[in-house]
Each structure stands twice: as C-alpha cells, then as structure tokens.
Write a protein that binds this ligand. Sequence first.
Ligand SMILES: *[C@@H]1O[C@H](CO)[C@@H](O)[C@H](O)[C@H]1NC(C)=O
Ligand SMILES: *[C@@H]1O[C@H](CO)[C@@H](O)[C@H](O)[C@H]1NC(C)=O
Length: 337
Amino acid sequence: MWRGVILISCCLWTVSEAGAPCGLQMECVPKGLCKSGAWNQNLCQNSETCCHTSQMLVVGAPINCGRSNPNGLDPTAAVAADQAKPNQFPWTVALMQNMIDFFGAGTLVTENVVITAAHLVQDKTINDFVILGGAWDINQLYSKTIRLRTAARIVVHPGFSNITGINNIALIVLAISYEITPHIAPICWPTPGVSFDRERCLVAGWGKQNPLAKSYSHKQKRIELPVVSRSTCELLLRRTALGRNFQLDPSLLCAGGEKGRDACRGDGGSPLMCPILGQPTLYEFAGIVNGGLSCGQQNVPALYTNISHMRPWIEKQLNDELNKPYKTFPIYDISYD
Ligand SMILES: *[C@@H]1O[C@H](CO)[C@@H](O)[C@H](O)[C@H]1NC(C)=O
Ligand SMILES: *[C@@H]1O[C@H](CO)[C@@H](O)[C@H](O)[C@H]1NC(C)=O
C-alpha cells in the first residue's frame, strides 16, 4: 500500500518536471511566470501553472530598470512639494493587510520579486497581506493604475535581528508577475563598487510626515537626504542613546541627519534610491528603510539595510534549487538611450 503511494508520487513528480508539456503549446512553468492561465493544472506540480507559450514571461529579461517618471503620470493630480508625483517611482509598492491597512512598503526588483524589510513580514504568512503596485494615493484603492498581487513565497534573512536591525531584509516572490509598464517597473541594482557616501538620494513611501503625525500619508512622500559615511555615522550615533561603543554592522548604512527630512514611522521597507551618475532620472537601489531613533533630528542619521552588501545573499536565494525559476535581476545597462 505505502509502496503504491510512493510510486504514484514518484511518477507524478517525473511527469511534471519543470517545463513538462501539459497540452498543445502548453507547458508547466513556475507560478509567477505565466501572465494568465491554469488549464490542465493536474499535469503540473503544485508550484507550477500550465501555461500557453504565448503567456509565458521571460525570466529576468533585461528590462529597462530604474526609469522614473519625473513629471508623474497623472497631470491632473495636485502634488505637494514633499510628495512624489503619481507613479514617479514605479518600483515602490505598498504592503496592505486586511486589504486596506497599509503597513509598509517594498521595492520591485524583477517582474516577480519585491524586496522589503524583514521586520514587516517576519511574522506573516503569504495569506496575511497583498502587494499594491502602481499606487500613489493609498486611500484611492480603486485607482485604474493599481495592480494587486499576492505573495507565493516569503524569504526572510535568517540572520535578521529585530533588536539590532541587522540583516533586515526579506524577499517576497509574487504569485503572478507584474507586466512591466511605465506605472509599474523595477529599480536597478546598485552599480558594483559604488559607495553612495555623501550622495543625495531619495526615499519614497507612505510613512508619517513627522513623529507627531496621527496617521500615515495617503499620498506617496518623497524625501531627499544624504547618505552618510560609516565613520561619520558611528561618531554621530555614539552621541545618542546607542552609546559610546556603537558600531555600525556591515549590513547597515546610514542616511539622513538633516532636521525635518527623514524617513519616519511607516516608511519601513521603502527604497532608498540614488540617481545613477550622469543619468538624473534613472535610479539604483541603495538601501531599505530599516530603523532610527526618531525622525528628522539634526545629526541623527537613520539606519538602512545596505543593498550592495546584501546582494550575494539575495542572489543566492534566487539561484538555489527552490528558487531557480525566480532568479536574475535587471542590471543597469549603460547603453540606454
Ligand atoms: C522579535 O522576534 C521574535 C522572534 O520572532 C518575536 O517573538 C518578537 O515578538 C519580535 N519582537 C518585535 C519587537 O517585533
Ligand atoms: C554598502 O556595502 C558595500 C559592500 O559591502 C560597501 O562597499 C559600501 O561602502 C556600503 N555603503 C555604505 C554607505 O556604507
């Protein structure tokens, strides 16, 4: 009897190897790599969808990463000075629980992978939240530009500490990829070897405007701030409650420290993004909003997860057996027009 069960599972597995045919011009592909479909689902593994060849997504195609929309995509919207324009940063996604409760942001890095802070998702399952792409005003959930996705997998960094904030990173693999449009598109990887020291960069998210604000911001904020060198950051933070022995973990970087310009509560998981040298409207991914002592205090920079430092870990996750179908990231291609 047991032998029979094993036999069946063995042979189903063999039949439905990744890429197995499941009909005329149909193949089993990993969930997330099919734009629409689910026909002969019983011929595929659980993690796969039976997909018509016309509906398959090319994984990690070198899509044009990092293209912002400097004028926004809704000329009728009223935009305040400290707000992003509608869909200006098309990689910034909102994470919502109970469909309507915003709890943090994330950054789209491929058609189907969002990077966020581990502290936002460490206690969540894939059924606890949804991802909103193409959002600007998160009070307008019926906006035509919003595309909702669910998570297929959450990978939290095993070294994450919610006490020190080290390794504060998680990957969310989407159940269905985004179709890349001007409204929803991935950011670029940081150029290898670039340290963003003292560069002026941006954070875009829906956190509080200041520590006293009663609620999160409905419209996406845009905060300009400097990246602070490691040595300066340690010196500044040793003067705070963190104490004289504070040392900046290699997984962290510092930014901010200017009065009134800072990430704040609710900005967790949002991207810290820097314009690519010589290409002021193209952005690369420098950090993830992680934590801080308060918001907007002069000479008290906040902590971000350093994406360059995390890149080997991220790539390993996306290249291991389980995640193979999800691998590859857009890389900034210097030959852009
Ligand atoms: C930190 O993580 C532990 C273990 O997952 C959890 O029990 C605890 O509630 C977390 N603390 C905070 C402040 O999130
Ligand atoms: C981020 O990490 C990279 C790689 O470890 C390092 O070279 C860079 O200096 C770090 N950036 C900052 C601003 O600390």
